[in-house]
Ligand binder design. Structure first.
Ligand code: ZN
Length: 120
C-alpha cells in the first residue's frame, strides 16, 4: 500500500527512508516544526497528522550505513484550507508588508478586493 520515500536530515545530511501512502504530498523537510502543524512519529499513523517528526538516527528511519546526528527534523505535508494551500513560510502578512513598502504608493489603503490569487 505504501512506497518508500527518502529524505535528507537538514542537520547532517543523513538519508532517512519512510514508507507512506502515495496520496500524501510533501511540502518541506525542515529542522523545526511549522506552527500549527501536528506531527506524528514515523511508526505512528502519520497519515492522519500534518507531518512526521523524525529523530535522526534514533527512530529507525535512516537507511543502512547512515549514522545520524540525534537531532529532530520535520517532514511537513501540504495542507489546504478553503481551497488554498497553506504555506507557513510565506505568511500573508509578509505579502501585505511588501506591497505596503512600495515606494510608488505608500499611502495606498488596503483594498478588500485587491489582488488575489497567490504569492507570485
Ligand atoms: Zn541528522
Amino acid at each position: 500500500m505504501g512506497f518508500p520515500v527518502t529524505y535528507y536530515c537538514p542537520h547532517c545530511g543523513a538519508l532517512a527512508e519512510l514508507e507512506r501512502d502515495a496520496y500524501l504530498a510533501d511540502k518541506a523537510v525542515t529542522p523545526y516544526p511549522f506552527e500549527g502543524w501536528e506531527y506524528a512519529a514515523p511508526d505512528e499513523a502519520f497519515e492522519d497528522a500534518d507531518g512526521v517528526r523524525f529523530v535522526c538516527g534514533e527512530d529507525g528511519t535512516l537507511v543502512p550505513g547512515e549514522d545520524g546526528c540525534g537531532e529532530p527534523f520535520y517532514l511537513s505535508f501540504v495542507r489546504f484550507a478553503n481551497g488554498e494551500e497553506l504555506d507557513p513560510r510565506v505568511p500573508s502578512e509578509y505579502v501585505e508588508l511588501a506591497e505596503g513598502n512600495d515606494p510608488r504608493g505608500p499611502s495606498q489603503p488596503d483594498s478588500p478586493d485587491g489582488p488575489t490569487g497567490g504569492f507570485y
